[in-house]
Design a protein around this ligand. Structure first.
Ligand code: GDP
Ligand code: MG
Length: 250
């Protein structure tokens, strides 16, 4: 009896445990690498490193699987995860969704980098499809902005400019200025890889698997699904159309 009372009293202190994502709202989680500026400075090519990116894609794929997500998007050191508006995952408990997503990404990235790394996670609750579209358009715009800025910054640094001088030269400059700065240094922004300019999207792809019935020898077809990583994401209104497909009928 005594234990039961203590148990009940202690559990009542877990005041955030009962917090759930509102019914019918779309949960979006965003995982971000902790102190990855420091990690990438030491070990990876600037401004973009395909090995670093591959590890992020791997973590994004595991999150798609583990969280039974509809769509996962990664750029830089962050991963956004769209869940079904009717998901029953972890009973929609916010603490669970946030901690498990951070833990999954931390585990996969630690193994990939062969060193202990940590990620944080936050929850964004989108009331309707429009907000979900705005969210992913926002992260893609961030990817494009960071890509252009990152390329300019590292071009200037490679020419021997200090951190301060390079930062000052780019401060408040518009897209055209930065585009021109790169062009004069032999880089055409349009020709940069899609994953650098727009980020990468991961989603389920259905495919037909041919098999043979071991007893009768008859051919059989089964529909299976696998994780697909899209490194050529569409832009603007086409991206909106693309995103809506993941939410249609849900
Ligand atoms: N060298 C390198 N750095 C990257 C790459 N992708 C992301 N980063 C860095 O990762 C950091 C992510 O930003 P942010 O989360 O704000 O920094 P944090 O707080 O240190 O994790 C930035 O410093 C990026 O330059 C990459 O492919 N190569
Ligand atoms: Mg980070």
């Amino acid at each position: 009896m005594k234990f039961d009372q203590l148990d009940e009293r202690m559990r009542r202190l877990e005041i955030y445990h009962s917090q759930q994502v509102l019914p019918q709202a779309w949960p979006i989680l965003r995982v971000d690498g902790r102190n990855f500026s420091k990690l990438t400075e030491k070990r990876f090519e600037k401004p973009f490193d395909p090995v670093f990116h591959q590890a992020m894609v791997q973590a994004a794929g595991r999150l798609l699987e583990e969280m039974h997500a509809l769509y996962v998007y990664t750029e830089s050191d962050e991963i956004s995860i769209l869940l079904d508006r009717n998901t029953r995952l972890f009973d929609r408990e916010q603490e669970k969704l946030v901690s498990i997503s951070a833990a999954t990404a931390s585990a996969v990235l630690s193994l990939a980098f062969q060193q202990e790394v940590h990620c944080d996670s936050r929850l964004c609750v989108a009331a309707n499809e429009e907000v979900v579209v705005d969210y992913f358009q926002w992260r893609q715009a961030d990817a494009t902005r960071c890509c252009l800025n990152g390329w300019c910054y590292w071009k200037l640094r490679q020419e021997g400019m200090s951190v301060r001088a390079a930062t000052r030269q780019l401060h408040g400059r518009n897209f055209a200025f930065k585009n021109e700065l790169l062009f004069q240094r032999g880089v055409n922004f349009n020709d940069l890889p899609g994953w650098q300019k727009r980020g990468s999207g991961l989603y389920w792809q259905e495919y037909e698997k041919l098999g043979r019935n071991p007893l009768t020898g008859a051919e059989s077809r089964a529909t299976r699904r696998r994780v697909f990583c899209d490194e050529q994401l569409p832009l603007g209104p086409a991206y909106t159309e693309f995103l809506r497909k993941f939410m249609n009928g849900r």
